[in-house]
Ligand binder design. Sequence first.
Ligand code: MG
Length: 383
Amino acid sequence: MSILKSLCRPDEMSAILKLKFGTSSSLYTAKNDDLEYSDDLKYCYQTLNAVSRSFAVVIRQLPKELSISVCLFYLILRALDSIEDDMNCPKKRKVNLLRNFYTYNYQEDWTLTHIGDKEEYRELLANYNKVTKSFLSIDKKYQDIITEICRKMGDGMADFVETEIHSVKDYDLYCHHVAGLVGVGLSKIFAASEIEDYNLQFQDMLSNSMGLFLQKTNIIRDYKEDLEEKRTFWPKEIWSVYASNLNVFSENPNSKNAASCLNHLINNALAHVIDCLEYLKKIKHHRIFKFCAIPQVMAIATLCKAYNNPKVFVENVKIRKGLAAKLILNTNTIQDVIKTYEEMILTIERKISDNTPKSKETIELIQHIKAYFKVNRQELVSL
Ligand code: MG
């Protein structure tokens, strides 16, 4: 159990306990069983907990109106993704469901059974009418944003049902459809709430990078799981440099080619780091900042653990529970984020071996990121 690995790290154990029992607990473990909430909305929050612990934590602590809209946004996209991920669903039916999914949010009795590769996803789709009813009760300005993103994402996912991710360009496009659009939608939701700046809704490029960084981290981390499910998201243009097929790495996890391919993909993901920090600098509200920043620091910590690590090819590499708790509690300002990024980037730098094809490029990229830290530290200190 990963909690045991934090036992010999007192700061991490104290973060776990603080998160569970401390003064911050009401922020992060609140049940949101607000008396004013309808039974449908209560169901949505319970389901949010069941389908994603990490996002449930950051969604719950948002200001109330935003928390509800973002919770529903998350569940709707989770349902769409459950259709995409079900490898037993015939392709023609899947494409049809994906392209029409946004219309189901307006059909109060629509549900779907026997779809989803995990029990909690099947349960969500079987009770989807509860999500729909809650969705129809939020402000139309949020409904319109969610619908537009849901339509674009469904179309994008459908485009990739028949095509594999071949080029790096395909990889970026796929990640845009499934995650970049989430970033774009969230920026529009934040701006619409008037809590964040009006102009945030126009930051499509930076919002997209926020999503791409998280998605690419998951795709890298989930190599083994996806292989077992007979799915693959690693772009062929990259892995074919190092192997004739993607299974080869799991058979020879300690080979130089496996490490080179992994480091190549991490190098590709690290290219989004500066955009993500630029986006976070624009966020003003403390809880929205935490919502955006916590998944990003978790992602850089995951990439740091995955870099040059053969375990990626045999298991799902995860950060320690204690480190996750520490990051949740200690990520409050842009300075905190830069501190964590700097720590992780320096660790990656120490793990670079000179003889993989992308090493030189990664060293240059890291120099560039370090220069960014330096300028920003001065800039933030002089504020
Ligand atoms: Mg998916």
